[in-house]
Write a protein that binds this ligand. Structure first.
Ligand code: MN
Length: 500
């Protein structure tokens, strides 16, 4: 299995800001700082946290706090701020700083010691270790100011606490990356399709996504400009990563088709790199002089960490990129996906997911195979593509919807399963899964929620990361197959019918 490496999580860091106040005097403040440094050192070495955990400061007054948030806002490396009130830190001191904070916020409700030292505890100990009430004062002001944040509760050495922080860091890095990397669109959306449309100004304001369109002529020029050396290097990467089907090896025309895809890939890659893009879309309705629909090309670019959306679907392209960042380094993979067809067999209800061609090989259960076959849509030459099955196991599918009044991020937990029988006449990459809690309940809720046919599919990303991402970006989050009762979710999704 190949794992995409976007190498993004290590580019960012998270600032640990510990609240106190001058009232306690230098001795207590020195102890607070010593504890904070020990905690940061312990957390910094934990591989559960994907990015550096940096102790910033013990904040003693409103000027300290204002300075920290100003500095955080100005720092491109800082992807989020983690606060903890070791002692009581009166929250009116925090208002000015929190009001101008633009970074994702996590409130870590912990304490330095795990256990109460029953035999030795005295009022000095109580005076120093009072986050149990200091953090409540901090929570109040954040709620009073209506600030979105994640609250994580537990001892800082607790692995479960570190998992919660790690998931949030991944979501925060995806948000930071989404503000920096552009989404490039080759051509427009598939004509008449509604769900892939959207307001690109809203997307930039709310999600941080810059979405720019380019005429297919510009891509044609980039593809034509790809050097033979670049095409050779791309073919060499194919040879290393994938198996060439024997029919391809034996057929000079098929090998030439693979080379055409490599040229298309080299052209797209150069175009994206030049523009600092992290995701792209294509549409089969506007391929200009490209000889084939980008199949293998789109698949291999996704493997390298690019987000992708077919038929001009830029929201899914950007979401796939965000999910690739969230999942970076974790086992499994992340892909563009489409619910294609069902198995309604009683007791064995399944979704077969695939696309015309563009599914990422990071989710493959074995070495993907390069094949060349005709494609009934788009009117172009037979495209080269990777053929494989997705690995079995838990996964999540997610979609970002624009509902007019705002965005809704919708997810569904699924369990990918092995094919019960071979499908020798279907030469495309595919995934087969059982949605939770069931196909009937999942698809009904998905459709009631307005969920799209395109999704990001991931065996790396957890629903927690998606929920954290939704909190950070300020969009509605709904999850199917998780802890929420389907009836309660339905009431929430449909409770305001008629008001949109
Ligand atoms: Mn599609």
């Amino acid at each position: 299995m190949t794992t995409p490496r976007t190498n993004t999580l290590g580019r960012y860091e998270f600032w640990f800001v510990v609240g106190s106040q001058n009232l306690y005097g230098p001795q207590v403040l020195a102890a607070v700082e010593e504890h904070a440094r020990a905690m940061a050192a312990g957390l910094a070495n934990d591989p559960t946290l994907p990015s550096p955990f940096v102790f910033k400061k013990v904040a003693r007054d409103s000027n300290d706090i204002l300075a920290i948030f100003r500095e955080a806002n100005a720092s491109p490396a800082c992807a989020g701020v983690i606060t903890w009130m070791h002692t009581f830190s009166p929250s009116k001191m925090w208002i000015a700083g929190l009001a101008l904070n633009r970074k994702p916020l996590l409130h870590l409700h912990t304490q330095f010691n795990r256990d109460i030292p029953w035999a030795t505890i005295d009022m000095d100990f109580m005076n120093l270790n009072q986050s149990a009430h200091g953090d409540r004062e901090h929570g109040f002001i954040a709620s009073r100011m209506n600030l979105a944040r994640k609250v994580v509760v537990g001892h800082w050495r607790d692995p479960e606490v570190r998992d919660r922080i790690g998931a949030w860091m991944r979501a925060a890095c995806a948000f930071a990356d989404g503000q920096e990397k552009k989404v490039v669109r080759f051509g427009d959306n598939m004509r008449e399709v509604a769900v892939t449309e959207g307001n690109k100004v809203s997307a930039l304001m709310r999600l941080g996504w810059t979405v720019d369109g380019y005429g297919i002529r510009e891509l044609e020029r980039s593809v034509a400009g790809a050097s033979d050396a670049e095409v050779d290097a791309t073919i060499a990467a194919y040879r290393e990563r994938y198996a060439f089907a024997p029919e391809v090896e034996a057929d000079p025309a098929a090998l030439a088709a693979v080379r055409e895809q490599a040229r298309i890939e080299a052209g797209i890659r150069a175009f994206l790199e030049e523009r600092g893009a992290g995701a792209f879309t294509t549409t089969f309705e506007d391929l200009g002089a490209l000889p084939q629909l980008p199949g293998l090309a789109a698949q291999d670019l996704m493997r390298d960490g690019y987000g992708f959306g077919a038929e001009g679907d830029w929201k899914t392209a950007a979401l796939v990129r965000a999910m690739k960042v969230m999942g970076e380094g974790l086992p499994g993979g992340t892909s563009f996906m489409e619910d294609y067809t069902y198995n309604f067999e009683p007791g064995n209800e399944l979704v077969l997911g695939a696309h015309m061609l563009e599914v990422c090989p990071s989710i493959a259960d074995a070495r993907p195979r390069i094949e060349v076959h005709p494609l009934g849509i788009g009117g172009k030459a037979d495209p080269a593509r990777l053929v494989f099955e997705a690995g079995a196991g838990p996964a999540v599918v997610a979609t970002m919807l624009e509902m007019g009044g705002g965005y809704r991020l919708l997810s569904n937990l699924v369990d990918a399963v092995a094919l019960p029988e071979p499908m020798p006449k279907l030469p495309v990459a595919r995934a087969l899964w059982k949605p939770r809690p069931s196909l009937k309940a999942s698809a009904r809720l998905w459709i009631l929620a307005g969920g799209a046919h395109h999704t990001g599919y991931s065996s790396q990303v957890t629903p927690e990361m998606l929920e954290d991402y939704a909190r950070i970006t300020g969009v509605e989050y709904a999850e199917i197959g998780g802890g929420i009762d389907p009836r309660a979710l339905e009431d929430r999704l449909c409770g305001n019918w008629g008001s949109r």
